[in-house]
Write a protein that binds this ligand. Structure first.
Ligand code: AMP
Length: 298
């Protein structure tokens, strides 16, 4: 396995994306590349592809010879009453976008390909999964860790590409890979945003025009916290207040959480001393939106 140097052009030409469903087909395709000494980057997704996903594909093309993407709306990471059934599934458009971005292999498993009938194995990353998203979505990260470990076992990529948009998920998966000696390097890509700052998300599709205008509150609130930090603010409470002050002008935004946590442990901090994650979640209409940024004191 000889990953191309980051940023160097890959040796293979994109354009002919293969689509497969079964585990054996993925393994055979990857084995053929490996036998030629080609490295593999992997981008797992739930589909409803947007420029955030495509930025991961783009980065994967820069680090590895071949790019595998998966589309799997993982039932295990949705709680009762969440949007599993209504999650957008524009498959034809997704395939077109992923092919155009240079994906070599698109894996579209069915539930029984990932969870063989009678399956009993779950993965839980303790201590990182319970706060923030985990507090609002019990069992969510067990579902995420369980599916991503399965996908990794099948694809066995050199590089796993994840988005900073889901910072807690990235942190949990980094920990899982380390704890379980999974031979993959994990890379995070920055959050891709709309021109007004709204983080790209498949769930933005749930917003009507009025709600879309209000949804910018998440990025605006974070921008206020970022400038407070840049101005020397160290109090987590005052940072949270700065975000909520912005949100008061956006009545459709209903707070789920506004948090300042240690970027490694994800434990709340009262004062900003080291690297922190400022993370927010809110409901706008029927969409539940999240956003964050990481801050490292100078
Ligand atoms: P999802 O399809 O929502 O499960 O996301 C698949 C991957 O894309 C995850 O690693 C996400 O963190 C990443 N992702 C989603 N939205 C964005 C975004 N706006 N910018 C960068 N990465 C993203």
């Amino acid at each position: 396995m000889t990953p191309a140097a980051a940023g160097s052009p890959r040796r293979t030409r994109p354009g002919r994306m293969r689509r497969v469903r079964r585990v054996g087909q993925v393994r055979a395709a990857v084995a053929a590349w490996r036998s030629r000494g080609e490295s593999v980057g992997f981008v797992p997704t739930m589909g409803a592809i947007h420029p955030g996903h495509l930025s991961l594909i783009e980065r994967a093309r820069g680090t590895d010879d071949r790019v595998v993407a998966s589309i799997f709306v993982n039932p295990l990471q949705f709680g009762p009453g969440e949007d599993f059934r209504s999650y957008p599934r524009p498959v034809v458009r997704d395939r077109r976008m992923l092919a155009a971005a240079g994906t070599d292999l698109l894996w579209e498993p069915e539930v029984r390909d990932v969870y063989p009938p009678g399956d009993r194995t779950r993965v839980r990353v303790e201590g990182l999964s319970e706060g923030l998203e985990g507090a609002s979505r019990p069992g969510h990260f067990e579902g995420v860790a369980t599916v991503v470990l399965r996908l990794l076992h099948v694809v066995q990529p050199d590089t796993l590409w994840l988005g900073q948009k889901d910072a807690q998920q990235a942190r949990i998966l980094e920990q899982m890979v380390r704890d379980l000696h999974v031979p993959v390097r994990v890379r995070r890509a920055p959050t891709a945003r709309e021109s007004d700052g709204l983080a790209r998300s498949s769930r933005n599709a749930y917003l009507d025009a009025t709600q879309r205008a209000q949804a910018v509150a998440l990025a605006r609130g974070l921008a206020a916290a970022r400038s407070a930090l840049a101005g020397g603010e160290h109090s987590a409470e005052r940072l949270r207040r700065a975000i909520r002050a912005v949100w008061r002008s956006f009545p459709a935004v209903r707070e789920d959480y506004v948090a300042v946590v240690d970027a490694d442990t994800l434990e709340p901090v009262t004062r900003v001393r080291g690297r922190v994650l400022v993370a927010v979640a809110a409901r706008v209409g029927r969409a539940r939106l999240i956003d964050n940024f990481e801050w490292r004191p100078a």
